[in-house]
Ligand binder design. Structure first.
Ligand code: SF4
Length: 173
């Protein structure tokens, strides 16, 4: 990335919180998540007051908002979709299915969550997530609200440590 691209990217990142154009894609969802995404844009939740609006083409989008598990049928189309969204962009996985496959994770026609085929930046879990959770997740990602809990990573030797601290419970593992 050259200096001009870097400056352009910084400018975009500064502008993101004021005006986010979102392209919504169903990768194989049951429609539950999609209804909640649409709900966020209705006058009741009115996401447009934050500058968040749905666009009809991935070429106009800053954000790719995906729902559902990744089905085998959609895989060939995802690369074309990603190419169409200009950089810099953010990718949100909405719903348990797109976060990790959900209840379909080991189905014969599902390859898993959205991160199997897309560089997902943010995950909003729930089945389906409430509209408030979607608005909160986007606001958190943009730094519009403060984070309430710190990220915690499970170490590789977590199980060993767990066995050492909980011998009776570990015996059942
Ligand atoms: S997370 Fe739940 S509501 Fe959303 S696509 Fe999966 S099954 Fe449907």
């Amino acid at each position: 990335m050259n200096a001009f691209s870097r400056q352009l990217r910084q400018l975009f990142m500064k502008a993101f919180p004021k005006s986010l154009w979102v392209f919504h894609v169903n990768l194989g969802a049951c429609n539950g998540c999609d209804i909640e995404v649409i709900n966020v844009l209705t006058p009741y939740y009115d996401a447009e007051r934050f500058g968040i609006r749905l666009v009809g083409s991935p070429r106009h989008a800053d954000v790719l908002l995906v729902s559902g598990p990744v089905t085998r049928q959609i895989v060939p189309h995802v690369a074309r979709l990603l190419e169409a969204v200009p950089e810099p962009r953010l990718i949100f996985a909405v719903g348990s299915c797109s976060c990790g496959g959900g209840i379909w994770y080991d189905s014969y026609n599902v390859v898993g969550g959205a991160n199997k085929v897309l560089p997902v930046n943010y995950y909003i879990p729930g089945c389906p997530p409430r509209p408030e959770a979607i608005v909160y997740g986007v606001a958190l990602a943009l730094g519009a609200v403060t984070r309430k809990v710190a990220a915690r990573h499970v170490s590789d030797n977590f199980l060993e440590e767990y066995r050492r601290l909980n011998p009776p419970l570990a015996a059942r593992l």
